[in-house]
Design a protein around this ligand. Structure first.
Ligand code: AMP
Length: 221
């Protein structure tokens, strides 16, 4: 199964993708992480990518598509994978279907409102080494904190600054949200309430995944 996690920035796609990977075994593929690692390598295309990320706009479809295609060719993706942050527009969705037509697709849209997006992203820190995500309250100085998983330094993402958050939200509403209609028409769209604690949202997602599996088994029987 190819599980596509939809939702605005800060809706928890990355965190939930990791939990899904631990429980169901589908590797999580994060478009943002792939792009940020290209930026770290400092190649000419990495520089171009950095400019787009820092402005909060989408990078060219062809650049991200190539990275996704290469990643899903991995042996670990043969039986399925979870996509976090890809596709982000209808043209990417169509290209993905052409690139990997074999797998059945399911979409889970993690819904939160814009106020929650701003609140969550302004207190989000990531590990500069392993990309693990942390939420840090003002009272808890982040520069003294290290990643609980690998000991790396916690940093705030450049694109989690208020003016870039605004732009990313606009891109989400103008481009990515069109995918809701697109996937509803295909009959593979499900939504969960993304407000609340990580574990509460995860339980909602697990119920949906179990329901999808049950339906699949009923079809086979
Ligand atoms: P994320 O880590 O998912 O919040 O993504 C961070 C940034 O990476 C986005 O604001 C975009 O600039 C870029 N990006 C991530 N995924 C895509 C995608 N599928 N298509 C184009 N740009 C993307």
């Amino acid at each position: 199964m190819r599980l596509i996690l939809l939702g605005p920035p800060g809706s928890g796609k990355g965190t939930q993708g990791d939990l899904i990977e631990s429980k169901f075994g589908f590797p999580k593929i994060s478009a943002g992480d792939l792009l940020r690692s290209a930026v770290k390598q400092g190649t000419p295309s990495g520089l171009k990518v950095k400019r787009s990320i820092d402005r909060g706009v989408l990078v060219d479809d062809s650049i991200i598509l190539e990275m996704i295609k290469k990643r899903i060719e991995g042996d670990d993706c043969r039986n399925g994978y979870t996509l976090d942050g890809f596709p982000r527009n209808v043209s990417q969705a169509e290209l993905l279907e052409k690139a990997d037509p074999e797998l059945e697709e399911t979409v889970i849209d993690i819904r939160i409102d814009d106020k929650t997006v701003v609140k969550r992203l302004s207190s989000r820190y990531i590990c500069s080494e392993c990309n693990n995500i942390y939420n840090i309250r003002e009272a808890d100085p982040a520069d003294e904190k290290k990643c609980g998983r690998c000991g790396g330094k916690l940093v705030q993402r450049e694109d989690d600054r208020p003016e870039v958050i605004k732009k990313r939200l606009a891109v989400y509403h103008n481009e990515t949200e069109k995918l809701v209609r697109y996937y509803k028409k295909k009959g593979i769209y499900k939504a969960v309430n993304g407000e609340g604690r990580i574990n509460e949202v995860f339980q909602r997602i697990c119920s949906l995944i179990n329901e999808i599996y049950r339906q699949g088994q009923e079809c086979e029987a």
